[in-house]
Write a protein that binds this ligand. Structure first.
Ligand code: FES
Ligand code: FES
Length: 155
């Protein structure tokens, strides 16, 4: 076991963890931040997407120890402190961009990064840069519409 210091959504946490624990399991099992979802647990579905220092990463393929000293943002940290939804969250609601919702936190975290990276200029580009996030409900057309609107609003 080793002591790991994590900065999650602006809050400092000290955890005693097996060094092999993933960031995903640290979030879900040790910090009760269950908004980040575990789909495949092997880097194929995108459900576990979070931001580390502003960049999207798959938390199932990232060790908690690798996030030490870096800023981690999860879906729980996206809304403003007064509760106002992030524009991408609001766009997903407006466009009904989900069905079961299991992929949604990962989709939204990816979309926020995709827009910030400047990779949401067209529907094709959105589809390409969101391709790592699978939706088994097939909500893709609405997801693309939501990302497009949020991207346009951010310009
Ligand atoms: Fe991480 Fe599927 S749970 S990519
Ligand atoms: Fe069900 Fe995407 S909304 S998996």
């Amino acid at each position: 076991m080793t002591t790991i210091h994590l900065d999650i959504n602006g809050h400092a946490h000290e955890l005693l963890l097996d060094p092999r624990v993933t960031l995903l399991d640290a979030l879900r099992e040790h910090l009760c931040l269950t908004g980040t979802k575990k789909g495949c647990d092997q880097g194929q579905c995108g459900a576990c997407t979070v931001h580390v220092d502003g960049e999207r990463v798959l938390s199932c393929l990232t060790l908690a120890a690798q996030a030490e000293g870096r800023k981690v943002t999860t879906i729980e940290g996206l809304a403003a402190e007064n509760g106002d939804l992030h524009p991408v969250q609001a766009a997903f609601l407006k466009h009904d961009a989900f069905q079961c919702g299991y992929c949604t936190p990962g989709q939204i975290m990816s979309a926020v990064a995709c827009i910030r990276e400047g990779h949401a200029g067209s529907d094709d580009e959105i589809r390409e840069y969101m391709a790592g996030n699978l939706c088994r409900c097939g909500a893709y057309p609405h997801i693309v519409a939501a990302v497009r609107e949020a991207a346009e609003a951010s310009r």
